[in-house]
Ligand binder design. Structure first.
Ligand code: ATP
Length: 448
């Protein structure tokens, strides 16, 4: 079943509505780099916050961490990234385009059908040098995952957090991979943001915890509005597993280019802690007081991309509808992800309406991310808010000056209710929490 929207429509909406722009656009752009605009930065922050809330704040067995992007080069030798974080690269002998050998079909160049070179392993880590002297000793790498910052701090966190296993350590931050082939908008880029959880467990309980986290993470996307039929689980074959993994599941999403990985959940076993203990000389074992034994924990790792999640949420929310003979484009984003929660729209830029509309805006904006817009016709302003997924518009008209009531318009149902300004904050608060709100009493007020 193909996804109903093609990527071009998403890219164009993102540009038009200030969600995502090509990076360095006035210089012609930089391949596979993107900038998040005023609406995009809110959406991205909401995705991060939703992850952090469900992984860290709503649990007592996970703590957060924020480690540096540049780390001691020994970390990457120990983790296996210097030797094994590679993709097989082939180059076309005619047009010189480079391809990931495992991502193309057949033995000829997909662009010009030219002959390809033999594959060679290409390391995906970006190298740079630290300090003013460019010599081998100062070579460092930009992290390709945030996980290693967590492993090297395992002992620091265990000894300071007073928590017992099972214990998770979560981190959100930038990662860098010199991908051979990028593309599909923000799906695969060379700079992206990771949301990673390393969940440390007693060996022997790891398979159970892997199942648990696969389910948790799948449900997270569904809870935030992604349709179940656009998600699937896929277990990695033995030949596909990364060098550190004992088992791994992908949560795939039906992107416009077909089923592709949205998130990976891996059982990393004790690979990383053993490697770091070996290379650093520091004991990274854990003393389990309840069991009266010491062991090296196993690790379950749900690893997701912020940008790739943003893309999936955008695609799944996108819709084109016909309303009374007119076409509207709408993002049915979950209310917690929508960049703007409420738009305050005076019917027109009439000087009599402006003070009350501003008063309403000032009242709402400390509690909700609120937009104020009085340009162009009300219809065009509704359409603009629909396109960025604003769940509620509040309209102030001339009657509002008399009865101190305003109209709330709901994005999805297009239902409108008229409510007293005094009650507005309370009503919007309830609606944004997803609570049902019985407006019948308010209608009664109006009819009196
Ligand atoms: P892929 O095979 O798609 O390149 P991967 O299996 O190498 O991904 P992981 O190392 O499992 O990816 O990373 C976990 C998650 O991080 C991915 O599911 C994806 O959401 C995100 N991610 C990884 N690489 C990129 C990238 N280059 N651009 C954007 N997001 C990425």
């Amino acid at each position: 079943m193909p996804a109903k929207v093609d990527m071009d429509k998403i890219v164009s909406l993102c540009k038009r509505r200030g969600l995502i722009f090509p990076s360095s656009e006035i210089y012609g752009g930089l391949a596979s780099c993107w900038d998040y605009g005023p609406m995009g930065v809110e959406l991205k922050r909401n995705v991060r916050d939703a992850w952090w809330k469900s992984i860290v704040h709503e649990r007592d067995d996970v703590v957060g961490l924020d480690t540096s992007i540049m780390m001691h080069p020994g970390v990457w030798a120990a983790s296996g990234h210097i030797d094994s974080f590679t993709d097989p690269l082939v180059e076309c002998k005619s047009c010189h385009l480079r391809w990931r050998a495992d991502a193309i079909e057949g033995k000829r160049c997909p662009k010009c059908d030219g002959e390809l070179t033999e594959p060679r392993m290409f390391n995906l880590m970006f190298k740079t040098s630290m300090g003013p002297v460019e010599e081998e000793a100062s070579t460092i790498y930009l992290r390709p995952e945030t996980a290693q910052g967590i492993f090297v701090n395992f002992d620091n966190v265990i000894t300071t957090s007073r928590k017992k296993l099972p214990l998770g350590i979560a981190q959100i931050g930038k990662s860098f991979r010199n991908e051979i082939t990028t593309g599909n908008f923000i799906f695969r880029t060379r700079e992206f943001e990771h949301m990673e959880l390393e969940y440390f467990v007693k060996p022997g309980t790891d398979e159970e915890w892997l199942d648990y986290w696969v389910k948790e993470r799948f449900d997270w996307y569904v809870k935030l509005g992604i349709r179940k039929e656009n998600l699937r689980l896929r277990q990695h074959g033995k030949d596909e597993l990364a060098h550190y993994a004992r088992d791994c599941y992908d949560i795939d999403y039906l992107f416009p280019m077909g089923w592709s990985e949205l998130e990976g959940i891996a059982n990393r076993g004790d690979f990383d802690l053993i490697q770091h203990a070996k290379h650093s000389g520091k004991d990274l074992g854990y003393y389990d007081a309840e069991a009266g034994e010491k062991y090296v924990p196993y690790v379950i790792e749900p690893s997701a991309g912020v940008d790739r999640s943003v893309l999936a949420f955008l695609i799944d929310a996108y819709d084109e509808e016909e309303i009374e003979g007119e076409k509207r484009t709408v993002l049915h984003l979950h209310r917690s992800l929508a960049p703007i929660k409420v738009a305050v729209l005076p019917l027109s830029r009439n000087e009599k309406l402006t003070p009350l509309a501003k008063e309403v805006f000032n009242k709402l904006c400390p509690s909700f991310v609120t937009d104020y817009d009085d340009s162009q016709s009300i219809g065009r302003r509704y359409r603009r808010q629909d396109e960025i997924g604003t769940p509620f518009c509040v309209t102030i008209d001339f009657e509002s000056l008399e009865d101190k009531q305003v109209t709330i318009r709901e994005r999805d149902s297009l239902a409108q209710i008229r409510v007293p300004i005094e009650e507005l904050g309370k009503i919007l608060g309830a609606k944004l929490k997803g609570e049902a709100f019985d407006a019948s009493a308010l209608w009664a007020t109006r009819q009196k």
